[in-house]
Design a protein around this ligand. Structure first.
Ligand SMILES: *Cc1c(COP(=O)(O)O)cnc(C)c1O
Length: 418
């Protein structure tokens, strides 16, 4: 099907990782999903560890979420005018975070981080920002940046089409390395730091607590706005994302993925004095024709409400994630395969690497050829893992212990062949 698709859609896909370029083979085209499973158009069934890249914490076709969507659709899909459900979702989210006063909804994680940066620059009245190697914040120009000659340098565009003039304001620091952050502050006129406190886009690498604490202190010292990008970790690592785990208060937090329950939603929330710089209260422009549309908001509201009513699910999800990773680890040991992993709540990440990586450089020392083989062979057996070694895996509530055991048995079968 991918060849047919490529006649009409660039590369046959609408987001590049779906094309399987880094693992090889052809991506299955998906027909439907139910709970922990998906089916492709040829009728093959897969246990789904991607779950739409995170959003579907209750699995595919969760009843409450689906009903909320259908109910909303029947009343009209979009008005471009304020609706009650936006207020309800805003209240539900803000209630969880005592340090966040106001929120704005957008349509994607990319929009959330892009808008948050604009706001942070306006608030601090400084142009330079710090981002970390290996963190992904969507594809806006100033964030599509890689390190120049090593970390703690001004960034260079990581994609053609991004002007050097745009990325020269983005300084690159090393994850979990506070010295590199200090160097960036000395080098530039930094008004904002953006970080995934639980990095989920270089597989899964959580920040060390002391590192985040020091980062908070440095930002206070320099009057820089600290943005936690929790588009992935929010409502996934735990109900309150990194806040439950580290207790550190960012000035702005960005959300996406789970907050939309599978519909396109992003959001950024922050302290009142920062958020009130946003139009129409303040001068910082930000807008969206479909932002806060009632169908997407209803899906988000159903999901967030259900999570708040069932906070115990995170423990169960983490147990399953641990069971999977411990099992993989034991099998790897038997087969003399270098293996290390991280688990946080419903998120897991593993590395064919003798060392547990703490930053992007170390992640890059993992054996990605081995991952590609793992991916191909598991897919053939009906286990749908991310088509890249740089992604996080997700457990959803309908996943059973039996599902995990079946996955371990499949890994046992293929481990000799990778
Ligand atoms: C997915 C992701 C984004 C981008 O969100 P999109 O909805 O794909 O634009 C931004 N930041 C993080 C941490 C993400 O995981």
């Amino acid at each position: 099907m991918i060849q047919e698709a490529a006649k009409y859609i660039v590369g046959g896909v609408n987001s590049p990782v779906r094309a399987f370029k880094s693992v090889g083979g052809e991506p299955p085209f998906i027909e439907k999903g139910k709970g922990a499973y998906i089916w492709d158009i040829e009728g093959n069934k897969y246990l789904d560890f991607i779950q739409s890249w995170g959003p579907l914490i209750f699995g595919h076709c969760d009843e409450e979420t689906q009903e909320a969507i259908i109910k909303a659709v029947k009343k009209g899909v979009s008005f471009g005018a304020p609706t009650k459900v936006e207020v309800e979702l805003a209240k539900e989210v803000l209630e969880l975070f005592p340090h966040l006063d106001l929120i704005r909804f957008v349509n994607s994680g990319t929009e959330a981080t892009m808008s948050a940066i604009r706001l942070a620059r306006a608030y601090s009245n400084k142009d330079d920002i710090i981002k970390f190697e290996g963190c992904y914040h969507g594809h806006s120009d100033s964030l599509l940046v890689s390190a120049g000659s090593g970390a703690a340098t001004f960034g260079v565009p990581s994609s053609p089409g991004v002007p050097k003039d745009f990325t020269k304001h983005t300084l690159l620091a090393k994850y979990n390395d506070i010295e590199s952050v200090k160097k960036c502050f000395e080098k530039g006129d930094v008004g904002c730091v953006i970080i995934e406190p639980i990095a989920g886009n270089m597989s899964l690498v959580p920040a060390k607590k002391e590192f985040l604490q020091e980062l908070r202190e440095i930002c206070n010292h320099y009057n820089a706005v600290l943005i936690f990008d929790e588009v992935m970790s929010g409502f996934r690592a735990s109900l309150r994302g990194s806040y439950d785990i580290y207790g550190i208060e960012a000035d702005i937090v960005t959300f996406g993925k789970v907050i939309g329950g599978g519909m396109p939603v992003g959001a950024f929330a922050g302290k009142k004095e920062i958020m009130e710089l946003l139009s129409p209260v303040g001068p910082v422009y930000q807008a969206g024709t479909l932002s806060g549309n009632p169908v997407a908001m209803s899906a988000g509201l159903a999901t967030i409400k259900k999570l708040k009513q069932n906070p115990e699910i995170y423990k169960d999800l983490e147990e399953k994630a641990n069971k999977l990773m411990k099992g993989f680890s034991e099998i790897s040991k038997e087969k003399e395969i270098d293996f290390n992993y991280n688990v946080i709540g419903s998120m897991f990440g593993f590395f064919f690497n003798p060392k547990l990586p703490q930053n992007f450089e170390e992640v890059n020392q993992s054996n990605t050829k081995r991952y590609a083989k793992f991916h191909n062979k598991m897919l053939k057996r009906g286990f749908y893992f991310a088509p890249s070694a740089y992604e996080t895996g997700f457990i959803c509530t309908p996943m059973t212990n039996e599902d995990i055991e079946n996955t371990l048995n499949a890994y046992k079968e293929i481990a000799n062949e990778i």
